[in-house]
Design a protein around this ligand. Structure first.
Ligand SMILES: CNc1nc2c(CCNC[C@]34C[C@H]5C[C@H](C[C@H](C5)C3)C4)c3nc(N)[nH]c(=O)c3cc2[nH]1
Ligand SMILES: [Zn+2]
Length: 371
């Protein structure tokens, strides 16, 4: 089930509520990413504390380990991982294309070698829907082919047309499985505006509860991603959620919201945290830099997260230096909290009809730099 209520528009920026089987989410929203059934270094309680509304599960990994028969015993992912709010799962294709040594991709699906035990595995739209049905995620993604950013027009068109046939097969399998959740289609078309439109029109003809923008943040120059977002903004259907996959930096989130994106996922806040790369209102901090060794101030004076209200840069520098697990935990809490705060501020700014002002202030602060 998915009910979409649009509350306000401010330019292309939108403020909405998406009601799912495991509850309502307020958009624009950032979705922390779980990999093996957990958001690394975060407990579900930590996620509640930073007001996370919805998280990503990882279809591909969970399919391989612990395997579906284990998750089936729990009635799905929610009870297995102890998260009772909404979960979105990707279809698994993006990883197969980018992770395992791909054997072959055919119209039927893709065959690949398990990176865990070398078994030969096969992923098709039908199998992806079966996996995501067992996971019982609130939002299911069609199986698509993420077209490479540097694809030629002909290659990109061929790829998007296969993804549209896979979209049709995904929807049919999703309905045959009587999946009670929401299925999203994924727009491809690489860096060609006409192909992006062809893909979007094809998905709208098939009919989905939400629409995702795929094939971006795949190594293309940032201006190219922004050009595609500008092209898509006026085309996106007003009456359903828009999800930009795999994006992005704080600046990307702001640019996406300004161009009609409602939902984002990205590994950056969690992965960068573990590498000591911390996001703050006034710019990024690399905590491994020796200049923080004696600094008694918190990361960000304006931040109310547990790390910033209890610890100094000096301590975070030390924890990172000695490789303490607590360092990964505190850095992750801070980065995810920061992402949630800017999303909350954007929701409030759109509600108040002052998104442009907020956007200008955001960029001014980020350019100020941290001393
Ligand atoms: C980074 N740029 C980018 N990502 C992309 C993703 C994955 C989104 N994140 C889900 C994911 C992917 C990995 C890493 C984590 C956990 C789990 C496995 C699910 C997030 C994409 N997924 C699909 N199905 N199609 C795309 O075109 C696509 C394009 C992307 N461009
Ligand atoms: Zn903080």
């Amino acid at each position: 089930m998915l009910n979409f209520t649009l509350h306000k528009k401010d330019g292309y920026a939108r403020r909405a509520t998406v009601e799912l089987n495991h509850g309502k989410i307020e958009t624009p929203v950032f979705m922390p990413v779980g990999t093996y059934g957990s958001v690394k270094a975060m407990t579900p309680q930590n996620l509640h504390d930073i007001n996370a509304q919805i998280i990503l599960g990882n279809t591909y990994h969970l399919w391989l380990r612990p395997g579906l028969e284990v998750i089936e015993q729990f009635g799905g992912l929610h009870d297995f991982i102890g998260w009772n709010k909404p979960i979105l799962t990707d279809s698994g294709g993006f990883q197969v294309f980018s992770l395992s040594d791909m054997r072959k991709l055919t119209e039927e699906g893709c065959t690949f070698k398990s990176p865990i035990n070398g078994d030969k595995l096969f992923l098709s739209p039908e199998i992806s829907m079966q996996i995501q049905t067992v996971l019982n995620s609130d939002i299911v993604m069609q199986l698509d082919e993420c077209t490479e950013g540097n694809a030629s027009h002909a290659e990109a068109q061929k790829s998007l047309q296969m993804s549209l046939r896979w979209a049709e097969r995904s929807k049919r399998a999703f309905e045959d499985l009587r999946n009670p959740n929401a299925l999203f289609g994924i727009i491809q078309g690489a860096m060609y505006e006409d192909l992006r439109e062809e893909s979007l029109r094809g998905l709208e003809d098939i009919g989905f509860k939400g629409i995702a923008i795929g094939g971006l943040s795949v190594g293309e120059p940032k201006p190219e991603m922004y050009r595609m977002l500008r092209a898509l903004a006026p085309m996106l259907p007003e009456n359903k959620p828009h999800y930009l996959m795999g994006v992005g930096t704080p600046e990307d989130l702001v640019y996406g919201v300004a161009h009609g994106v409602d939902m984002f996922d990205c590994v950056m806040p969690t992965r960068n945290a573990r590498n000591g790369w911390l996001f703050t209102r006034f710019g990024d901090i690399k905590i491994k830099n020796a200049k923080h060794r004696h600094d008694k101030r918190p990361l960000d004076e304006s931040c109310t997260c547990y790390a910033c209200t209890h610890f100094s840069r000096a301590y975070l520098y030390h924890l990172h230096k000695v490789g303490e697990i607590l360092g990964a935990q505190l850095n992750t809490i801070h980065n995810l909290h920061f992402y949630q705060v800017i999303m909350q501020e954007m929701r409030d700014a759109i509600d108040a009809g002052r998104f442009a002002d907020w956007q200008a202030q955001f960029h001014e602060n980020r350019a100020r730099g941290t001393d």
